[in-house]
Design a binder for this molecule. Sequence first.
Ligand SMILES: [Zn+2]
Length: 144
Amino acid sequence: MMQAVRRRGTGIELAVRKIVRSLGLRYRVNPRGLPGTPDLSNQRGCWAIFVHGCFWHGHPNCIKTRSGPHGKIPVSNSDFWTKKIEGNRRRDSVKANALRQKGFRVLTVWECEIRQEQALRQRLAKFLRCDCDAPESSRMGERV
Ligand SMILES: [Zn+2]
């Protein structure tokens, strides 16, 4: 638990990269020149993945149930934290929308999802299986 706190989501980023690699897909880490520099992206495949810490990016499930690794908002200064997290969330959605406007499919992976690696793997596989040439209508199903 303490270790996870100190590593600040690096662990989940590495875990996601490992899964994507094991699915046989290539990607770049934090590619410049793309809006929001997603954590993982493949420009030719038109996909981008953001890996978010549950606390800093306000994962609704974790905030609500207070069950996530960083899900709990500290009681003192809760206004401060709430504002900060809301700001992050706003920025996250601006980034994702900018990428979608460029024709990218965007997936957000949450820190807590690594606790169920098999489910995460399936979600990534489903997201990555579609390709750029898919008709717009079939792309609409992918939601963040
Ligand atoms: Zn979470």
